[in-house]
Ligand binder design. Structure first.
Ligand code: TYM
Length: 333
């Protein structure tokens, strides 16, 4: 008898071009899981509006994000891919889950604390209930695994807690999801402040690389990455955060482990190492950039993929949503 494949769900906000952090921490793994798992990937535009967006820009970025996901290797024949606002069941389930999530546990979310400090003029309730919508994204498809970077681990654990609480109250309904976090690159750091996460919202553009950066720009950004004065390529996160971050990036780009990398650059300065890191990034993302450019010219194809993805997702989502509605006691005819 054929065993059913485990299910994977993940999402990304269309708030800018994907950074190398998004790629290494999450997106790179998405196509790699397509054969072994039943994968669902989502452009989460509803999460994006928890901070102020320019409407025309958000629309454009949503489309570009979908193109970039396809360019990184997501195959719509194997995976389901859609835009969150095209599947209203996410917000419908989110309401029910919010009545099963506690104010206190949401207040403990570090992303909420960080974002409310950063956007002190706009601490809207969406920013606070953000993880409940994320729980709905995951639980609506009974996902087993959620491939994300380390910064999203707390949110996946919250989704798991909400699912467990719901199951205990209303009987077995949701699968308890687990985060799937890469061993290397779960937290790619800023190139300028290597104790801080690489983020597309950073005001210093030199602190992050985006997947559309040209080779020249990548070389410049890596050359200006903050390191230390020791001149030894050695993995030591505590004392050599900058070099360790570049080693992590290089390791993922080339498949070499830290020991191999230390040997490769033994007795050589940071200049040689940085050139190699920049080249490894350029080589890896070149085919993605070519495919992205091609796809951007084929809007009809992207729309078809998203339309079909939304239809399939709605079909799946309705199954769980009607079960949930029945369990909580909503009258159904
Ligand atoms: P978002 O859009 O901020 O980031 C998308 C993915 O990129 C990872 N990431 C990083 N990984 C390593 N190093 C970094 N510097 C780095 N920066 C970002 C994030 O961990 C994430 O996996 N809440 C989510 C989106 C979301 C979601 C979901 C994810 C909504 N619903 C359901 C999984 C399942 C977010 O804001 O990701």
């Amino acid at each position: 008898m054929e065993t059913q494949k485990k299910r994977v769900f993940s999402g990304i906000q269309p708030t800018g071009t994907f950074t190398l952090g998004n790629y290494i921490g999450a997106v790179r793994n998405w196509p790699l899981l397509q054969d072994e798992y039943d994968c669902i990937y989502c452009v989460v535009d509803q999460h994006a509006i928890t901070v102020k967006q320019t409407p025309a820009e958000l629309r454009k970025k949503t489309y570009e994000s979908a193109a970039m996901l396809l360019a990184t290797g997501i195959d719509p024949k194997k995976s389901m891919m859609f835009v969150q606002s095209h599947v209203p069941q996410h917000t419908q389930l989110s309401w029910v889950l919010s009545c099963n999530a506690q104010y206190g546990e949401l207040g403990r979310m570090t992303q909420f604390k960080d974002k409310s400090a950063k956007h002190a003029d706009n601490i809207n309730t969406g920013l606070f209930t953000y993880p409940v919508l994320m729980a709905a994204d995951i639980l609506l498809y009974n996902a087993d695994l959620v491939p994300v970077g380390a910064d999203q681990k707390q949110h996946v654990e919250l989704a798991r807690n909400i699912a467990q609480r719901f199951n205990n109250t209303y009987s077995e309904t949701f699968v308890l999801p687990e985060p799937f976090i890469p061993k290397i690159g779960a937290r790619v750091m800023s190139l300028q402040e290597p104790k801080k996460k690489m983020s597309k919202s950073d005001t210093n553009e030199k602190s992050f690389i985006v997947l559309t950066d040209t080779p020249d720009v990548i070389v410049k950004k890596i050359k200006s990455a903050v390191t230390d004065s020791e001149g030894v390529v050695k993995y030591d996160v505590e004392n050599k955060a900058g070099i360790s971050n570049l080693m992590g990036i290089y390791s993922v780009m080339t498949g070499k482990d830290f020991e191999e990398i230390e040997k490769e650059f033994e007795g050589q300065g940071y200049g040689v190492f940085k050139t190699a890191v920049a080249e490894s990034i350029i080589d890896t993302i070149k085919p993605i950039q070519d495919e992205y450019a091609r796809l951007l010219n084929d809007k009809a194809y992207i729309e078809d993929v998203l339309r079909e993805g939304a239809q399939k997702a709605q079909y799946q989502a309705n199954k769980i949503l009607s079960k949930v509605y029945r369990k909580v006691g909503f009258a159904q005819f």
